[in-house]
Design a protein. Structure first.
Length: 155
């Protein structure tokens, strides 16, 4: 059995040997310094189709971190969730809100004043309406109106 395998292998090697030698001789006749030409296939541009999924390339932490220390210099640095309404004052026929910051310092706000994530929509005799236009730095599709009221006990 082993002898027959040996003879078959020797026969194939002997029969294919001259063919392989002539095939190798044909390839060596070319210029050895010149490599064979390789054609590059054009690449199609990558396209992302979200199809109802969130964008994986969008930074989820674009907004300000709650634990982040920051310097507050005015109303534009405050976030709507951080403020508390201390009181409402009527001055020159218009209402102003006295707002307490997280540190406890008071500031006044009028209609149209801007915060970091929204603005003052309206001020009444017992409430202030704030319109929130951003959530953690990302613009909201539909703005939220937040009403902060002062009860008769707090006046």
């Amino acid at each position: 059995m082993r002898n027959s395998r040996f003879f078959v292998a020797a026969f194939l090697l002997a029969a294919g040997g001259p063919g392989l030698a002539s095939a190798q001789a044909g390839t060596t006749s070319q210029d050895p310094a010149k490599p064979p030409a390789v054609t590059a296939m054009p690449l199609a541009p990558a396209i992302y189709n979200p199809a109802g999924r969130r964008d994986p390339f969008k930074n989820l932490l674009t907004g300000k971190d709650i634990n982040e220390r920051r310097v507050i210099t005015g109303l534009s640095d405050l976030m709507i969730d951080e403020i508390t309404v201390i009181g409402l004052v009527k001055r020159k026929g218009r209402y102003e809100a006295v707002i307490g910051m997280a540190s406890g310092f008071p500031m006044t706000a009028r209609e149209g004043d801007k915060f970091a994530d929204g603005y003052v929509l309206s001020i009444g005799d017992n409430q202030i309406v704030l319109r929130k236009t951003q959530e953690r730095g990302v613009p909201l599709i539909k703005p939220k109106d937040i009403v902060k009221e002062i009860t008769s006990q707090e006046r």
